[in-house]
Design a protein around this ligand. Sequence first.
Ligand code: SF4
Ligand code: FES
Length: 361
Amino acid sequence: MAGNDSALHTPLGLLAELTHRCPLGCPYCSNPLALDPRQSELDAPTWARVFNEAAGLGVLQVHLSGGEPGARRDLVAITAAAHAAGLYTNLITSAVGITAATLRQLADSGLDHVQISIQDSDPASADRIAGYEGAFARKRALAAEGVSLKIPLTVNAVMHRANIDRLEDMVALALALGASRVEIAHAQYYGWALKNRAALMPTAAQVKRAAAAVEQLRARHHGEIVIDAVIPDYYARLPKPCVGGWGRRSLNVTPGGRVLPCHAAESLPGLEFWSVREHSLADIWANSPAFNAFRGTDWMQEPCRSCARRDIDFGGCRCQAFALTGDARATDPVCYLAPNHHEVAALAAVQEDAPYAYRRM
Ligand code: SF4
Ligand code: FES
């Protein structure tokens, strides 16, 4: 049996959700159902304090995210504060709402990396998925601007039934845009995305073709672009080690200041989240009830409790376990050892060409 790794680890990454506001309406949005309103958003000086506390805690990277971080008028000041705290700064953006002039100011303020989400290689389909006409053209333009400023670019391609057959074209597009990395990220079904699961779910045949395409593309473009991809959850045999293990490697600060162990943690009932308004990040990391809820392995049930992989995948994803079983302590049903693993295949088989429920604030 593996040991109970409940020691306090050092967090490496901070996801700073600067706002929940977003001009796009993506049906796979993983933000919670209840969004933080604009008036409750942390101000720039508070973010600066949080970044300094994060650096003191050992965090190396900050991901400036949302919603759409470009909706914040003080994004440049916030980015400059993250840079001044000594953090590697990555901007995760839809590209809608960030002008070329703002990107130049961000680069001057120390922005290290930009990650642009692209909904599809086909412009009309991309705009339809985003629920925003003209989004694709804005993304192309901002990617070009970033590359001209020599900011390293990652293309974030969220895949699902409507676009997974164009995976090869997505990688070609990422190459054409000058990206050094493309992240093939399958839609995750919690938060808003759960509403659209039947409309987004790829078929087994599509997933098989996509996995083969990834292998070929990696061989063909070795040294040109890094292609990150995993098998989508509902078709996997083993679960992902979600967020690198609960309370182990990362923290997530919501627009209003609550600190979460993962971005979907508020979907779990009964957890008590502490806020940066009342506590230091170090206090929250070490002592807040939510961070300690699923640390180590004592909380686990069988089959995880006595499994040799329990310190490798940490029992999978808590939010997925809850979404699929109603029990946040259950083995992630994606695992082939989980008692209800067969139900995942049954859910994957439910596919409807229903219209998307778009995410609108
Ligand atoms: Fe991972 Fe639990 Fe499955 Fe073992 S039983 S492989 S620890 S999810
Ligand atoms: Fe919450 Fe995986 S998204 S643990």
